[in-house]
Write a protein that binds this ligand. Structure first.
Ligand SMILES: Cc1cc2nc3c(=O)[nH]c(=O)nc-3n(C[C@H](O)[C@H](O)[C@H](O)COP(=O)(O)OP(=O)(O)OC[C@H]3O[C@@H](n4cnc5c(N)ncnc54)[C@H](O)[C@@H]3O)c2cc1C
Length: 405
């Protein structure tokens, strides 16, 4: 990767965001949208092509089926933001209308214990205003005749604000609009940080080109490389880059209705993509942390694992053909599968935006808004996101999200 690096216009910024993809740009946009934030803002992005970041490899789905009410509310705000993007962007005529393709997520249970988990999650989701329904195998078959339900005990589905959305358009608008409102974006990489004598404050970040840039607050929006960015501040986070594979396939006999994002008990998931194309995702049985630049496909995975499970669940998918495939990285939180947000416990001007695992894209509006509030007021004004703070990790008190994909 060779980029011509840029020099920032100033030597000091009130906020420096490290990473300009979905999370960094959402935060930049919400900061610049708030008249109370009067500071100078720099977004530093090491790869302005965004070729290998998680945002470019995403499957771009949203769901309300989480086990934690706070995650349901975060996605509800995400859905509102997507559907009303133009209004949020001050009715800018250039912003296209967006919708959510609401085919829902269909979680399938093949044992009583998981069916109980789905029922327990449904209670949380209903209380938060989601419309989750628990279906018997017969009901699943009636609504979606293409599924093989022989081994199933129950299914769980919600078809409001749940399905596919055009994440890349939202990303483009976060970035474009933040820049137009005065956020300075540069192509450069942060390679180290300098702290004050007491070690509780980041005074400056050092760029790959050698400049030292003073900062009031620093935001770690570096995706899977967030681990390296945290280490520059002397901080360890329980996050790993984990490889996730995506396949686009066409079927000899396409289905007669939209395929929900189906979470098969095998762990494989698949959904409608285009009109007659589908998307499947999964990971290898051995799922270690990988190198930051390792995007190689696992060539046996489709043939030996993913395709057999799809064909077992939907016999009509006996004859399907992969037309495109890619590997991407989750910034996988091994501690409790939830985001890590807010300030570090000791280095108080170092702000996390990390560990989003497989649900960061839909969370970006709420997480960017909350982080911008924290940076402006030192407190949350809308959703209280403090359960995601780093304290829980030092206190060894996980905030577990059970519904992860
Ligand atoms: C295969 C796959 C499927 C997914 N599906 C979904 C889904 O359906 N729904 C959903 O909600 N989420 C999904 N996700 C998760 C979602 O895409 C991510 O959580 C989200 O994109 C994370 O955005 P980010 O900005 O935190 O990280 P990234 O997009 O990885 O961006 C981090 C940026 O920081 C930059 N950077 C790193 N280090 C430095 C440095 N030192 N200096 C300067 N810049 C730096 C990088 O170049 C990069 O551009 C999926 C992820 C993957 C991989």
């Amino acid at each position: 990767m060779v980029h011509s690096y840029h020099t920032p216009q100033h030597r000091h910024y009130d906020v420096v965001i490290i990473g300009g993809a979905m999370m960094g740009s959402s935060t930049a946009w919400f900061l610049k949208d708030n008249p109370d934030f009067k500071g100078r803002l720099l977004v530093i992005e090491r790869d302005p092509t965004y070729a290998n970041c998680s945002t470019s490899h995403t499957n771009s789905c949203i769901r309300l089926q989480f086990s934690e009410a706070l995650n349901v509310r975060i996605s509800q705000f995400g859905a509102d933001f997507i559907k009303n993007l133009k209004r949020y962007m001050c009715n800018d005529e250039r912003v296209p209308p967006l919708r959510i393709q609401n085919y829902g997520y269909m979680y399938l249970a093949d044992n009583a214990a998981f069916a109980d988990t789905l029922r327990a999650n449904q209670k949380v989701q209903l209380a938060a205003g989601a419309g989750t329904r628990i279906l018997t195998p017969d009901e699943i078959k009636r609504e979606y005749p293409f599924y093989n339900v022989d081994d199933l005990v129950a299914g769980s589905i919600n078809t409001v604000d749940e399905g596919y959305w055009d994440g890349i358009t939202v990303f483009d608008w976060f970035r474009k609009s933040a820049r137009e409102r005065g956020a300075e974006y540069i192509a450069n990489a942060v390679i180290s940080m300098n702290k004050n004598k007491a070690g509780d404050h980041i005074e400056s970040v050092v760029l790959a080109t050698g400049e030292e840039i003073g900062c009031g607050q620093v935001v770690n929006a570096s995706g899977p490389r967030g681990i390296l960015t945290a280490r520059m501040a002397g901080i360890e986070i329980p996050v790993e880059p984990r490889k996730r594979y995506t396949y686009i396939f066409s079927a000899e006999k396409p289905l007669d209705r939209e395929l929900p994002l189906t979470i098969d008990p095998s762990g494989v998931h698949f959904r409608q993509d285009g009109k007659t194309t589908y998307l499947a995702g999964g990971h290898s049985a051995i799922d270690p942390a990988v190198d930051y630049d390792d995007f190689e496909m696992d060539h046996g995975l489709w043939q030996d694992h993913i395709w057999p499970h799809i064909a077992m669940r939907i016999p009509q998918f006996e004859a399907i053909k992969v037309t495109r495939e890619w590997a991407g990285h989750y910034d996988y939180n091994v501690f409790d599968h939830n985001a890590i947000l807010g300030p570090h416990t000791e280095v108080k001007n170092f702000i996390f935006l990390n560990g989003f695992s497989g649900h960061g894209l839909q969370q970006s509006p709420a997480m960017g808004r909350g982080t911008a509030e924290w940076l402006t007021y030192g407190a949350y004004q809308t959703l209280d996101l403090s359960p995601f703070h780093f304290e829980r990790i030092t206190a060894k008190k996980p905030f577990i999200e059970k519904a992860i994909i």
